[in-house]
Design a protein around this ligand. Structure first.
Ligand code: FMN
Ligand code: SF4
Ligand code: SF4
Length: 280
């Protein structure tokens, strides 16, 4: 059994996770695999295991047991999503092979090094790390990607995902440096920032209360509430927010804003991933 854990806001990492699963099955049709949404697993408690409670502590450890474990996730400010870092930190692994693949828009910096620092304490005999180029989804800084950029980056994503799948199927190993001081600094600032960023999300009066943002949020950070005097429920953002930009990109009416950032008239979603797949 191979367990593929993914975090995905706009579908890039989910697309690669699905492609890897498909390639594993194509290589060996009897090999079973499971796709697990990290945000959901971390918060719904399905991975909590009573046997692994830290004695006297508040945090509960959970067990990840499989022949191979694969993580596929986006780079956030040269690091991994906060919920994933906590999920991996709290995990005990009964797996001899762990692969970690980061999807990124321009450079993942020390994202994989940060993950390696956690994984090397976990008694895993073989590890593999890989980087997958994809479309940049942080519209507030990089703007809306054009059709040509989406096409080129998606092709590169496919090519690299296929190459890395082959290496994972062959159980290849490699190492990444865990010394990236600049990335470490940027990521520390980001992790401090996301403690308050949720307060800066706003909803314009274009919002029709459709609830898409609530359903696609990978960590269920949005609750729908009826404001005084309003006729429809509108999203309220909570401190669980990972600043993943899923809601900003996927709101069909472009009604979500972050502070004074300008997002343009289109959002981004991986062309081969539907909204429904992101809701699961
Ligand atoms: C908050 C945030 C920070 C990001 N930081 C980086 C970064 O440091 N380096 C990078 O190359 N891409 C960065 N990106 C882009 C994403 O990593 C990239 O688009 C990723 O493929 C999105 O995956 P998803 O569609 O599965 O969510 C960032 C995106 C967001 C939303
Ligand atoms: S997705 Fe957009 S329109 Fe729908 S509830 Fe959320 S903010 Fe409102
Ligand atoms: S509220 Fe929006 S930005 Fe925050 S985690 Fe949910 S989808 Fe991502």
């Amino acid at each position: 059994m191979t367990k593929i854990f993914y975090f995905s806001a706009t579908g890039n990492s989910l697309w690669s996770a699905k492609k890897i699963a498909h390639n594993i099955s194509a290589d060996n049709p009897t090999e079973k695999y499971e796709l697990v949404n990290i945000g959901k697993a971390a918060y719904d408690g399905s991975f909590a295991n009573d046997d692994l409670k830290i004695s006297g502590g508040k945090k509960q450890k959970h067990l990840i047991e499989a022949d191979a474990v694969i993580f596929v996730f986006p780079s956030f400010a040269y690091g991994m999503p906060r919920v994933m870092r906590q999920f991996v930190k709290n995990a005990e692994f009964k797996a001899s092979y762990v692969a970690a693949l980061v999807t990124y828009g321009s450079s993942p910096g020390g994202t994989l090094g940060g993950l390696r620092r956690i994984l090397r304490k976990k008694n895993i005999s073989k590890m593999f790390f890989g980087k997958i180029p994809a479309v940049e989804n942080y519209l507030a800084i990089f703007g809306t990607p054009g059709e040509e950029t989406i096409k080129k980056r998606s092709e590169a994503q496919k090519r690299v995902t296929d190459d890395l799948s082959r290496l994972i199927i062959e159980r290849k190993e490699n190492k990444v440096s865990s010394f990236y001081p600049l990335s470490f600094f940027v990521y520390c600032l980001f992790t401090l920032g996301i403690k308050i960023f949720y307060r800066f999300y706003q909803v314009s009066d274009k919002c029709a209360g459709c609830g898409v943002c609530e359903k696609i949020c990978p960590v269920s950070a949005i609750v729908m509430k009826t404001k005084k005097g309003a006729s429809v429920k509108q999203p309220r953002f909570t401190s669980r927010c990972e600043h993943c930009q899923g809601c900003v990109n996927l709101c069909p009416l472009r009604a979500i804003q972050f502070a004074r950032a300008r997002f343009g008239s289109r959002g981004y979603r991986h062309p081969e991933i539907s909204i429904n797949e992101l809701i699961k």
